[in-house]
Design a protein. Structure first.
Lengths: 112, 112
DNA sequence: TTTATATACCTAAGAAAATTATGTATATAA
DNA sequence: TTATATACATAATTTTCTTAGGTATATAAA
């Protein structure tokens, strides 16, 4: 698996945004969704994802319930009210950062 | 100063790209240039920048020379040949990552 | 004159957030 | 029966920051 130093710091925002769009998801589902949506470019490792989910839950941004499907455990996560507020500001922050980074790296599409 | 978790992983790429565009710069100059270009949104702390510069030099991507200006020391950095190659691939990587992240976070400008 | 700010370098301690490597367990396809 | 997919988790380690200091000169303000 590719070491992706660029991923650092964006994992939480990605997770919160996916849960905003999908109401509820379980961990494995998140890894698959991210891989699919990013065309395989972004791969969440379990060692990063699960601790991140636990942290977000401990901070009160996510809440969970567990379900058994086909004799296997699934832990579903969804945003709390506080998580709903956080996702908005984190996505906004990420957007601003991306904008500044594109400027610095000269990645802006040519102005019309 | 703002804690910026999004910065993680992009510092090296920013430094290399600035040195590609400016031939040579010294550390303090880099911090000012980044602050200015990003509209104050991205602030490089010295505790992050100097170790990063030293690491890039140790890896052979940067070379340096020191100069005294107004009785003060300035250490100029510039890309080595290897650094010149690296910057191209790192900026490309960053561009792809940004693209994928924008997709995940629904930050894409509306398609025409 | 002395104090604050800007310029200019640096490092060390600690925290945050990953990677890498495991471990457990079930279902299913080869 | 073996490999792959599904599904959770944690521990050790590494990377990369933040925070907090330290040294030193030039200049503007009080």
């Amino acid at each position: 698996m590719s070491t992706n130093p660029l991923l650092k710091g964006t994992l939480q925002t990605i997770v919160l945004k996916l849960l905003e769009d999908n109401k509820e998801m379980y961990g494995y589902e998140i890894t698959q969704k991210v891989k699919e949506t990013s065309g395989g470019g972004i791969v969440l490792t379990e060692g990063a994802l699960y601790p991140a989910l636990h942290k977000l839950e401990a901070e009160g941004l996510l809440e969970t319930y567990t379900q058994i499907i086909d004799n296997r455990v699934r832990k579903y996560y969804r945003l709390t009210d506080q998580g709903g507020k956080e996702v908005t500001s984190k996505v906004k922050e990420a957007g601003e950062f991306i904008d500044q980074l594109q400027t610095l790296l000269n990645l802006k599409p040519a102005a019309k």
